[in-house]
Design a protein around this ligand. Structure first.
Ligand SMILES: [Zn+2]
Length: 176
């Protein structure tokens, strides 16, 4: 049941795409692997997108915020930026910023580490987006599709038995 509330929150608060959000790499990188959220929270899946990246190249904040996490985690450098209720994650990145630092969109936050494995023998940058415990497709920040806010883990959040009138169709939910 808690997922319903979270999903509603997520779809309601997903920021508009457009100026203010940008790729974490320059020029705009090739996408090696798309967002593929698991059917259930405990299932494997891909909770972000993988971008072709040259080790040593600069990684940029995709939006304004504050550095939340910037250190080695299980052999890979990880940087997280908090943007209000959203969080973006970048790895493997050797950070050039410290937690607490304010960043603007496009500020360098580190360099791609020469760590293989996540994309096989191809170096890549994993870019993730979260709202609370929910993983979202970071490409939505750039206005790129497909938008995948699925799955629903439970019944629809609206219960007809408790609502006198049907609600308007939620325009931002269940888009594929
Ligand atoms: Zn990945």
């Amino acid at each position: 049941m808690v997922w319903n509330g979270i999903l509603l929150l997520v779809t309601a608060l997903l920021p508009p795409s457009g100026p203010g959000w940008q790729w974490p790499l320059r020029p705009a990188p090739q996408i090696l692997r798309v967002f593929d959220p698991p059917a259930h929270p405990w299932d494997p899946g891909h909770r972000g997108v993988d971008l072709a990246a040259t080790p040593g190249s600069l990684v940029y904040a995709t939006g304004p915020g504050r550095v939340g996490f910037a250190r080695d985690l299980a052999g890979r450098g990880v940087v997280t930026i908090v943007h209000g209720t959203l969080r973006t994650t970048y790895l493997p990145v050797h950070p050039s910023v410290h937690p607490g630092r304010r960043v603007s969109a496009g500020d360098p936050i580190g360099r791609v580490e020469n760590v293989l494995g996540h994309c096989g023998q191809t170096p890549c940058l994993h870019w993730g987006l979260r709202e609370g415990v929910e993983y979202l497709d970071p490409l939505t920040l750039l206005g790129l599709g497909p938008v995948r806010l699925l799955p629903w883990w439970d019944a629809p959040p609206w219960n007809p038995a408790e609502a006198p009138l049907p609600p308007p169709d939620p325009p931002t939910t269940r888009r594929q």
